[in-house]
Each structure stands twice: as C-alpha cells, then as structure tokens.
Design a protein around this ligand. Structure first.
Ligand SMILES: Cc1ncc(COP(=O)(O)O)c(C=O)c1O
Length: 397
C-alpha cells in the first residue's frame, strides 16, 4: 500500500530530528565567559582570535591564518593581497555560492567561468587553457561541499602559466587532496564559519597561507592598513577593518576542539547513506567517489535526480516532498551563477548585454541536483535508515 505523502497531507516519515544545530556545550560557555570577564572583547587586546588563528592554520597544515568577519571578505582580502583588481581576470566555477564570484567582481576584476566536470561538479580543469587570456591573473577553485579540486593538476597548470591560486575552501574544513589539507595548497585560501557551516561562530572567516609576506599583507589589510609591530596611527595601505571579535574566537576555539569527532561521524554516516542508496534507490545517485579525495568535510551531500525513477515527479517537487517528510536540509542547490540576475548584470559591464554565456554542464547541474546538508550526518545509523525510508516512501508514491 502506498502511504500518503506529507506534501499531500500525510504524516511525515521522519519521526525525529537529527542532532540540534548548532552543537555547543560547556566549553563554549567557559570560553565566552573568559572573554566577558577579561574585558578584552576585541582581538587586538585579547588572545582568543590569535590562538584560533594559530590552531586553525595548523589544523589546515598552513603556516599562517588571519581571521576576518566572514568568508566573503576573506576572498576579497585574498584578491587584494595579490593585487588583483581592475583590468584583471580570475577564472572560476559557475557552480558555487554567489560570494565566490561577487568577491572577484567587488575587487574590480572580471570573473571568467569554466564549465564544471559532470562527475564531480567541480571546475573542469581540462577547460582552463581555453579560458586564459593575457589578463588572467588567478584561478579561484571551489572545494564544493568539501570535495577538493585536484590541486596537483591545478598547481602545475598555474605554475606553467604564472597564475596565482586562491582556494575557496569555505566548505572544506579538514578536507584533503591526496593526503594534504586544502587552503594553503595555492597562494591563499578562504574558509567560512557562517551559521550553516560545519565549524561555526554564527559568522566568521579566515584566510590561510604558507607565504609569510602574504600573511603580513593580509594582517595589514584586515587591520586598517597598520603594519605588524608598527605604531597605532601608522597606516601604510588603504584597507579595511576586518577584525574578528573575541566572542567569535572563543566559540571557534571550542568548535574546533569538537570538530574531529563530528568530522568522523559525518564521514561514517555519509558513507553509510551512499552504500544504502546504491543498493536500494534508483534515480538518485550521489556524486562519484574520487580516490584523490582523502578527506571530505561532507558539508554537502550532492545527488543527481532522475525523475523517470520517481514517476515523472519534478526535481523541485521531489525536494519539497522530502522536506515535508521531515528531511529539512534537502534543497535543489545552486542556480549556476552565469544565470543569476546580479551576476548577469555585473558581467554585462565586461562582455556586453547581448552576449550569452553557455555552460551546459553547470546548467544541467542546476536542474538535476538534490542536496542534503551536513546536519543530516550528525545522527546515528537508525537516522540514516529513516532518511532512506523517507526517499523510498516518495519513490513508491
Ligand atoms: C563556497 C562558498 N564561498 C564563499 C562563502 C561565503 O562565506 P560567508 O557566508 O562566510 O561570507 C560561502 C558560504 O556561505 C561558500 O559556501
């Protein structure tokens, strides 16, 4: 017998929520209280942000970290540190959050899209050569959902063409390409600690690098152009106040302490879901594994939906149905950015209004994906089985 779907007024299949989000405890309380009572609420006098910069950089196998208010400005600061601006071009992916591309546009540079690889939905490195012009200064790969871009191939390509690499690692805390943590595999890397992120302080970001000079420039850029060791009113470049508060530093220190256990739990549960889906569900296929991905933050669990296996139900109706069954993080994912109104308007300045950009694989991804968010993977085995049950219920209906 077919159960009535929750979207049609039936009872939701999921009888319980996964873990509460955000996860916090006494460690966060203790560290916040330390900040409160220290009277040092800003990072220039306090120690929490400084300490987090050190431990997070170390965690990402980077030499330096500079905390900033969010991932968006982390990307903007990285571009400015590399002196990228008006007249320059930066190659990136269309299948990402808008901030990747708005950072490039806000720097004054032109974003140049290459299409994505249909197997990984990551920037297709075979297409890079076609996108290069004499104005190209940098490549901004995005480690989508925690699955890293092949940084060896990209590194060789960048060296060959004297290009800089800024990693958008905003979703990739702890992710590794062939045993090496991402972030400082290129020149600079940006991470986000916004509310939905696996490590969060509500908002927050960091730039990491192995290059001491770039680290000094970033420090100056995030601190109104001051120089390390300089005088209070000694400003040597036009910059921003992108300093993080000690409250965020306190929360992030505690969040990082609990991260390894959560990282392993997400990996275990997402592997379990992948295995169950392969044996039980047709028409909803997770992105292929890749042996180069030696660690994955599992920020997003991305699947390709084929409506033929769901009685012709559209992808969007499937997502709505899954959410109604209680899988709250289900989503249709990104609209490719070359189809986004704000980006289209901004690109018109560079390429004229009449020129259209065609990126068929990204367009297909925009139509066929179903995402689950990282919070679904913080429960137990029974929760993952229930999740499969919810998908099966919709398929049956
Ligand atoms: C891929 C990507 N880039 C950049 C950002 C921007 O980070 P934030 O929201 O912290 O500004 C995010 C997160 O939202 C992201 O997912």
């Amino acid at each position: 017998m077919k159960d009535i779907l929750a979207v049609d007024g039936g009872k939701p299949f999921m009888t319980r929520n996964v873990a509460e989000w955000p996860v916090y405890g006494d460690e966060e309380r203790k560290k916040l209280n330390e900040v409160l009572e220290s009277g040092h609420w800003g990072c220039l006098a306090g120690s929490k942000v400084n300490e987090f910069e050190k431990v997070f950089a170390e965690f990402q196998e980077a030499s330096y970290g500079i905390c900033v208010p969010n991932g968006t400005v982390a990307l903007e600061m990285a571009l400015k540190a590399l002196d990228i601006g008006i007249g320059d071009e930066v190659i990136t992916t269309p299948y990402t959050f808008i901030a990747t591309v708005s950072a490039i546009i806000n720097s004054g540079a032109r974003p140049v899209f290459v299409d994505i690889d249909p197997k990984s939905y990551l920037m297709d490195l075979d297409l890079l050569e076609l996108a290069i012009t004499e104005k190209t200064k940098a490549i901004m790969p995005v480690h989508l959902g925690g699955r890293p871009v092949n940084m060896e191939t990209l590194g060789l390509f960048a060296t060959k063409h004297s290009l800089r690499i800024i990693e958008d690692a905003c979703q990739a805390w702890g992710s590794e390409w062939n045993g090496r943590r991402v972030g400082a595999l290129g020149d600079l890397g940006a991470f986000s600690f916004q509310s939905s992120k696996n490590i969060t302080a509500g908002e927050g970001g960091i730039v990491v690098t192995n290059d001491e000079d770039l680290a000094d420039v970033c420090w100056s850029l995030h601190n109104v152009g001051r120089v390390r060791g300089g005088m209070w009113y000694q400003h040597e470049r036009i910059a921003w106040n992108f300093r993080m508060t000690e409250w965020q530093g306190a929360i992030l220190l505690a969040q990082l302490e609990r991260y390894s256990a959560a990282f392993e739990l997400r990996e275990k549960n997402s592997a379990n879901l992948r295995r169950l889906m392969a044996s039980e569900i047709k028409g909803l296929v997770p992105l292929e594994p890749n042996s180069g991905i030696s660690a994955n933050s599992n920020h997003l669990f991305i699947m390709k939906y084929n409506s033929e296996y769901f009685g012709g139900r559209s992808r969007d109706l499937f997502v709505e149905s899954l959410r109604a069954e209680g899988v709250e993080s289900a989503s249709s994912g990104y609209v490719p950015l070359h189809q986004n109104l704000a980006i289209k308007k901004a690109l018109a300045k560079f390429i004229g209004e009449s020129e259209t950009i065609s990126l068929p694989v990204a367009e297909q991804a925009g139509q066929e994906t179903v995402w689950l968010g990282q919070t679904e993977f913080l429960g137990d085995d029974a929760y993952i089985e229930m999740l499969i049950g919810a998908i099966r219920k919709i398929q049956k209906a």
